[in-house]
Write a protein that binds this ligand. Structure first.
Ligand code: 2DE
Ligand code: MG
Ligand code: MG
Ligand code: MG
Ligand code: MG
Length: 328
């Protein structure tokens, strides 16, 4: 199965990272330590580090196994930092969104309050920067600084689009808030392997298209799945924040009069969320969003096919399939 090929390729790396991340976020203060370690003590899907590791293993070549292991040690740190930055962004996201659950447990803001949660997110960003700086590669540091800029930029763009969203703005937002991290972390793995430029670019495009597709799917799940399965607020949670995502924008193409009215008042009247939900369900909005996601997954496969054929490349494509078919 697809699981087996991914597992046999990077299971060892993932085990090393799960242990090492706990050391990377340790700090000599009981509250900060508990807050920083909170989400690393339970397991998320960990797609992001898996993608980085697969890109690394697909690209790495060397005169000796020792040489490859040296590079891999650095790429594992990139994968680990990717997960740390991702968790920091979710901690901050839950404050911005006022979400009370994440990964099936209370969000960090619920558990420790907004103040500690802001600071714990900052702390995690600092520790990931430290880990990355220690790799001694300025380009990698630059790539991740760009990511952190994009995360903030994406959130502000999303806020600015409330009540007047259009598709171009939406696509830009999801690149910044989700795809940039995956794209740049895959690129960083390729840079560390000393891969030629066209392979570095393929790694970036692989991550970018998975990221775009991933967020498109996330935005459909907010309409199709319940909080129990997702482990976070759902069933119109984005609308309740005034945010119009792809399913809303597609429904507005089919029912412009009704939907544009709801969008422009940010679903703020009683019953707005419920009626927008009805329009999404009686339109093909979710299907259209899934089709768009599928087209980006296909672009990710095309990018992966730029790498030389190998069992790892096959595993990368199986993981794309698995991410594409996820229901939570
Ligand atoms: C997830 O979107 C958003 C991720 C980016 C958050 C970035 C912030 C900027 P969603 P879900 C808050 C500051 C963070 C830094 C610099 C680390 O759709 O549905 O709200 O999982 O995600 O809540
Ligand atoms: Mg959120
Ligand atoms: Mg958000
Ligand atoms: Mg979401
Ligand atoms: Mg999400």
């Amino acid at each position: 199965t697809s699981d087996d090929s991914v597992k046999s390729t990077i299971d060892g790396d993932m085990t090393i990272i799960s242990d090492s991340v706990l050391g990377s976020v340790k700090v000599d203060h009981p509250v900060l330590d508990a807050a920083a370690a909170y989400f690393f003590q339970i397991s998320g899907k960990r797609f992001r580090p898996m993608l980085v590791l697969l890109v690394a293993r697909a690209i790495n070549k060397g005169a000796t196994p020792e040489h490859i292991e040296n590079i891999m040690a650095k790429q594992r740190k990139v994968a680990e930092s990717t997960e740390i930055i991702h968790v920091a962004s979710l901690i901050h996201d839950d404050i911005v969104d006022g979400s009370d659950t994440r990964r099936g447990i209370p969000s960090l803001n619920t558990k420790f309050g907004n103040k500690v949660a802001v600071l714990a997110g900052d702390f995690l960003l600092a520790r990931s920067s430290l880990t990355l700086a220690r790799l001694g590669n300025i380009e990698v540091v630059e790539l991740f600084s760009t990511v952190i800029e994009h995360l903030s930029h994406g959130e502000v763009l999303q806020m600015a689009g409330k009540g007047k969203q259009n598709f171009d703005n939406y696509m830009r937002t999801i690149y910044f808030k989700t795809a940039s991290l995956i794209a740049h972390s895959c690129k960083a793995a390729a840079v560390l392997s000393g891969a030629p430029l066209h392979i570095v670019e393929a790694a970036y495009n692989f991550g970018k298209h998975i990221g775009i597709a991933y967020q498109l799917t996330d935005d459909t799940l907010d309409f199709t799945q319940n909080e129990g399965l997702l482990g976070k607020p759902s069933q119109g949670a984005d609308m309740r924040l005034g945010i119009s995502t792809a399913p809303i924008l597609y429904a507005a193409k089919q029912y412009p009069n009704e939907m544009n009215e709801l969008i422009s008042r940010k679903f703020s009247n009683d019953g707005d969320v419920e009626s927008a939900m009805e329009f999404v369900k009686k339109s093909q909005a979710v299907e259209h969003t899934q089709d768009l996601a599928a087209s980006h997954f296909k672009k990710a496969v095309d990018a992966a096919l730029q790498f030389e054929p190998s069992p790892t490349r096959t595993a990368m494509i199986s993981l794309i399939r698995k991410i594409m078919e996820r229901d939570h």
